[in-house]
Design a protein around this ligand. Structure first.
Ligand code: ADP
Ligand code: ZN
Length: 306
């Protein structure tokens, strides 16, 4: 059985995995994100130890927190670029790991990896288009269009769209350092904590925070549906573990669209249209494994000159 590796570098932790499939996970580890030197050394050690134990992946998928440089022509390809995370600006992640691990690697944004994971093995299996949105320390998303991650000038930044905020109802002006009250500035976990004075996980289920949160997320989904026309929207991340928000988000999104998008998936099947990740909290890391598998399979199928 061919094995693939995954490395998901997040703001607080880094996940590594060796697997062939979600039902065949051979090894995994979670490493705290400290300095790049320290954290990446632990990543490299994990793969070296697994190799000694006989587990060597054919390729590795690397999914990083962003923003990242995804342009293969750019000298900074494979780097984290302008992150506020101390020590991580302009770190050539892909290059460092490739040099150490000496294996074929593919690189993408962590949320894009999660979208690929859900498309391959999760709630998006069988579809051609979907959006995976994470609502956690930040808000970001991966867009799959026509079976492939959507890329453009750089990559989509779904967390930084402007929203309608009613100052009477919500005087909190948002905390995005770039835009104030964009989606991430208003609705990521830290924004909830700042607005309500308590970490989101400690807010009771009947707290008004959840209705407001669902309202902002529904506005965002309205935008994503009319812009990208995804066949399904998958909502993950720590804040979305409050599953009570799903019915509120579905209902408000439907109201906001107001019958304009004429698809039975939206008009009659909302419960199956806006859903939780099929791979749960492993969407990102399994997505990295899936990216590696896809790249390996594609390379193997390329017609070789005889
Ligand atoms: P990260 O985005 O750093 O990868 P998470 O997706 O876990 O990690 O997001 C962390 C954010 O999610 C924090 O702001 C935290 O308050 C919030 N959070 C974590 N667990 C829950 C929960 N059960 N309910 C609501 N919010 C949560
Ligand atoms: Zn912003």
């Amino acid at each position: 059985m061919t094995l693939y590796g995954g490395i998901e570098t997040g703001g607080t932790k880094i996940n590594c995995m060796i697997a062939s499939h979600p039902n065949d996970i051979r090894a995994s580890i979670t490493i705290p994100t400290t300095s790049p030197e320290q954290s990446l050394e632990q990543v490299v050690n994990f793969f070296k130890e697994q190799k000694k134990a006989g587990l060597e992946p054919a390729a590795i998928g690397l999914g990083s927190f962003g923003p990242v440089d995804l342009d293969p022509q750019s000298p900074a390809f494979g780097s984290v670029t302008s992150t506020p995370k101390p020590g991580w600006q302009n770190v050539p992640l892909l290059q460092i790991l490739k040099n150490e691990l000496m294996l074929p690697m593919v690189f993408d944004l962590d949320v894009t990896a999660a979208a690929v994971g859900e498309l391959t093995w999760g709630a998006g299996n069988g579809l051609k288009s979907l959006i995976y949105l994470t609502v956690g320390t930040g808000i970001g998303g991966g867009v799959i269009a026509d079976g492939k991650p959507l890329r453009g000038l750089v990559h989509p930044e779904l967390g930084h769209i402007p929203l309608r905020r009613d100052p009477q109802n919500d005087p909190f002006t948002g905390m995005c350092p770039f835009h104030g009250d964009c989606l991430e500035g208003l609705a990521a976990g830290p924004a909830m904590e700042r607005r309500w004075g308590s970490r989101a996980e400690y807010l009771p289920a009947d707290h008004p925070a959840w209705r407001l949160e669902a309202h902002y997320l529904a506005q965002a989904l309205w935008v994503f549906i009319v812009c990208f026309s995804p066949q399904r929207i998958i909502l993950g991340g720590g804040v979305m573990s409050q599953t009570g928000m799903f019915p509120l988000i579905r209902k408000e999104t439907l109201q906001m669209l107001n019958g304009y998008v004429q698809s039975p998936r939206i008009l009659n099947e909302m419960d199956a249209y806006i859903v939780a990740p099929g791979l749960g909290s492993k969407a990102g890391i399994l997505g990295c494994v899936a990216m590696a598998k896809q790249a390996f399979d594609t390379a193997a199928n390329e017609v070789k000159p005889c």
